[in-house]
Design a protein around this ligand. Structure first.
Ligand SMILES: Cc1cc2nc3c(=O)[nH]c(=O)nc-3n(C[C@H](O)[C@H](O)[C@H](O)COP(=O)(O)OP(=O)(O)OC[C@H]3O[C@@H](n4cnc5c(N)ncnc54)[C@H](O)[C@@H]3O)c2cc1C
Length: 399
């Protein structure tokens, strides 16, 4: 047995796993990260990060490297997919800093992933193992033993650690050691996504904002990434994927998307017509968490999508994974407590906020896609209440 006191085994090297490695190592843990892919990578798409998230990233010492790759949107602007009317605006930019003490960023996933990876490598925060897959996790009470494929040679038989963190995403294998085995839930929604080089767009269609276009049974989210060099485009429609749900990166047909969207305002149509290559992402989630028992058991803790996959309509799935990582590290550092109690503290601190964001994400999807009298009521409420309806102080102020 090669159990090391203070050792954590992190399964999964996505945004959640890398931030868990970084945060735990900064609190003195010996982290080892196991990633099943042959190389660390992320799909070619964007991600928004509210002030609750950027604050956390800055605290890990990432402000400078992030500022080199992100875009700072000026506003979040909501428009009607058919009439083009502006329905609401939330100021971001300087307001986010003034009100919440941290900026609102949009970033290419691969850029964020690279910033995190470089920090983990440069600070020696974790031993990274690619092309490894966990088969079996056994909680022996005083340590955890893991067997799998592709484990490093010195751990040919068993890998042991004081604790395991499952950051292995929506289709998590680690989750089965905490909860009964149930598959994620198909939402009946498809995300079409694309990146457009900004210079390929006519001036009139370029934006310095997060644009959310909402309409009956459809919405689109557009924002700049890579310092503004690309526009990230995501369109959500109703439908079912013909390929396996596990595949995040399916080929997609413009014709299917056009059929699902129906008539569109010329500005939105112009942007969508500029897309060269659409990819498809079938959306799955799980019901909102019901208690701390769904985030940790004994020496095994779950984090990010492994614990609480959510619909992307609050743009906070990765954000919650990063908040989880920060809290996990804080609880890890309670060395006066036995490990299972530390993980229980973590789960207790995180589950309700994650559940709230999961719930609100489902609700936002319903609100975005309203039609008929409900749509009329929604538009009126946005007009009357303005920015206050779109701001989310309980979220952006942080946990
Ligand atoms: C259309 C869309 C838009 C989104 N927009 C936003 C946004 O704007 N802002 C935001 O915060 N969130 C957004 N999200 C959510 C966000 O993408 C996820 O919540 C986030 O990526 C989850 O990170 P994770 O590290 O938990 O999981 P993942 O990113 O899924 O990473 C899991 C990792 O574990 C590895 N792995 C899996 N199984 C094993 C195994 N058995 N052994 C070893 N390794 C394994 C995988 O290869 C992968 O690298 C969006 C999601 C979608 C679908």
């Amino acid at each position: 047995m090669n159990a090391v006191k203070n050792s954590i085994l992190i399964v999964g090297g996505g945004i959640g796993g890398l931030t868990a490695a970084l945060a735990c190592a900064q609190k003195g843990a010996q982290a080892r990260l196991i990633e099943r892919a042959r190389a660390f990578s992320e799909v070619g798409a964007g991600i928004q990060m509210g002030p609750n998230v950027t604050r956390t990233l800055f605290a890990w010492g990432l402000e400078k490297s992030l500022r080199d790759v992100v875009f700072t949107p000026k506003r979040l602007q909501v428009r009607d997919t058919q009439s083009g009317a502006e329905l609401g605006v939330l100021r971001l930019g300087q307001r986010s800093v003034d009100v919440y003490g941290a900026p609102y960023f949009s970033v290419h996933r691969a850029d964020l992933h690279q910033v995190l990876l470089q920090k983990v490598v440069a600070s020696g925060a974790a031993e990274l193992n690619l092309n490894c897959q966990i088969d079996l996790i056994q909680d022996h009470g005083d340590h955890v033993a893991v067997t799998g494929q592709g484990l490093p040679a010195d751990f040919a038989e068993k890998l042991t650690a004081e604790a395991v963190v499952g950051a292995d995403g929506l289709w998590s294998h680690t989750r089965h050691y905490v909860l009964p085995q149930t598959p994620p839930r198909e939402t009946g929604l498809l995300a079409y996504r694309a990146l457009i080089s900004t210079q390929d767009l006519p001036e009139k269609l370029r934006t310095a904002d997060v644009n959310i276009w909402i309409g009956p049974k459809v919405h689109a989210v557009l924002y700049p990434v890579r310092r503004g060099e690309f526009l990230n485009v995501v369109v959500i429609v109703q439908g079912r994927a013909s390929e396996p749900l596990e595949d995040w990166d399916q080929s997609a047909h413009r014709h299917d998307l056009n059929l699902a969207m129906g008539p569109l305002h010329a500005d939105l149509r112009g942007v969508l017509d500029a897309v060269g290559n659409w990819r498809l992402w079938p959306l799955c989630d799980r019901p909102p968490l019901s208690g701390p028992q769904e985030m940790a058991k004994g020496r095994i803790a779950l984090l990010g999508d492994a614990a609480h996959p959510m619909r992307p309509f609050m743009a906070q799935g990765a954000g919650m994974a990063m908040e989880d990582a920060a809290e996990l590290a804080t609880c890890w550092s309670r060395l006066d407590l036995p490990l299972p109690e530390r993980w229980h503290l973590y789960a207790k601190a995180r589950w309700a906020r994650n559940a709230r964001v999961q719930q609100k994400s489902i609700r936002n999807g319903q609100i975005f896609h309203m039609s008929g009298p409900l749509k009329w009521g929604r538009d009126m409420a946005m007009k009357v209440m303005g920015e206050s309806l779109m701001d989310v102080p309980w979220l952006y102020a942080g946990p």
